[in-house]
Design a protein around this ligand. Structure first.
Ligand code: ADP
Length: 348
């Protein structure tokens, strides 16, 4: 996207209006005070009103409660200027994806997109096309930024800027990859299931996880009781292990302790990851496995996309399993998942 210094926020909103007006999806754009600046015809339809009856009106009147529910997210965006995502319930029960974007010199903008209308297959097609189109220019950016980084004539300030570009390109790459993974799993294309030995998969991932924990001087303990095979795709199950243990390492401060356990009560195989990190308030625990949910405060400062636990849940549930969390602020967190033992394989 070119950065045109002559473009005012008003111009940009007019431009957006022209683009959004014809969009097939339900899209609504409002400013920080809740005034709607533009929306698609489908967006107006989702409010049960004509487009002209919505522009300039306030969300507080059109969709009571929505604006209040986003005040915390907007405060965070104002604070650090980072785009954030949240899911909001519209009064009619529809779920909208809200993206809160910083608008330099103004309060943040809110972009609502009705995600509940997308079927998993449509969602996968959309994500596949978008991610494919984004990956190519991102690779070019990444390549050039690395070449620049190696240039000897760069001042320390320029080097810092180039490093920031590389970091952000990596972040965008992670986001695209996570979206693609999630779309594939939700569309039932998570890969062939085969009998997997969870202990073996944990052991395969162990070296890399130990290296990450060492970097934070954390103690990583493995208590791996032998378990029966479970039917799953080994690559996806490995992703579950990396996401759960990776989160424990990421959110537990340096010097902390993480325990990874496998166990088999009855006909279930379980992976349990316990840490002595900051813990999570009860009020937000139901939201942890939602797409794009990111904790606020301490945990929200770590790098991430808010998709890791949604991916874990989708993978585990696609094999008939379940996920859970037990946590209290100041008492650490325990994340677990359970998978049914592969049929006819209940012997350990
Ligand atoms: P991300 O890590 O990219 O933010 P996740 O979906 O993996 O996304 O996690 C969602 C949120 O759950 C995190 O932003 C964080 O607030 C919280 N969380 C996950 N794991 C832990 C943990 N072990 N300790 C504390 N908070 C956690």
């Amino acid at each position: 996207m070119s950065n045109n210094p002559g473009l005012t926020l008003k111009d940009a909103l007019q431009l957006l209006d022209a683009v959004v007006g014809d969009a097939q999806d339900a899209i609504i754009i409002a400013d920080a005070e809740g005034f709607v600046h533009s929306l698609s015809a489908a967006g107006a339809l989702s409010l049960g009103l004509a487009r002209s009856a919505v522009v300039g009106k306030n969300l507080a009147d059109l969709a009571p409660g929505v604006l209040d529910g986003l005040q915390g997210t907007m405060a965070l965006v104002r604070l650090d200027g980072m785009t954030r995502h949240a899911q909001v319930e519209w009064p009619d029960g529809n779920t909208f994806q809200a993206t809160v974007v910083p608008a330099p010199g103004h309060g943040p903008l809110m972009v609502f997109h009705n995600a509940s209308e997308l079927k998993p297959r449509d969602w996968m097609d959309l994500v596949t096309v978008v991610s494919h189109d984004l990956k190519a220019p991102l690779s070019v950016l990444y390549g050039y930024a690395h070449m620049l980084n190696d240039a000897p004539e760069l001042s320390p300030r320029s080097q810092a800027l180039v490093r920031a570009i590389i970091e952000n390109v990596n972040r965008m790459h992670d986001l695209i990859q996570s979206l693609l993974d999630l779309a594939q799993i939700e569309a039932g294309m998570g890969g062939e299931a085969e009998p997997c030995d969870l202990v073996k998969l944990v052991n395969n991932a162990r070296e890399m996880l130990e290296r990450q924990a060492q970097d934070k001087r954390q103690t990583l303990v493995f208590e791996l009781a032998p378990v029966s095979p479970v039917m799953a795709n080994p690559v996806r199950l490995t992703q579950v292990i990396y996401n759960l243990v990776g989160n424990a390492i990421k959110y537990t401060p340096s010097g902390g302790c993480i325990e990874v356990t496998t166990e088999q009560p009855a006909d279930q195989v379980r992976l349990v990851v316990k840490d002595n990190g900051p813990g999570i308030p009860l009020s937000v625990q139901p939201r942890l496995f939602e797409k794009f949910y990111r904790g606020e405060g301490g945990a929200g400062n770590a790098d991430g996309t808010g998709l890791g636990l949604a991916i874990v849940k989708s993978i585990v549930e696609s094999y008939g399993g379940s996920v859970w969390v037990e946590s209290q602020p100041g008492q650490g967190s325990t994340f677990g998942c359970a998978l049914p033992v592969s049929p006819g394989d209940s012997v350990r």
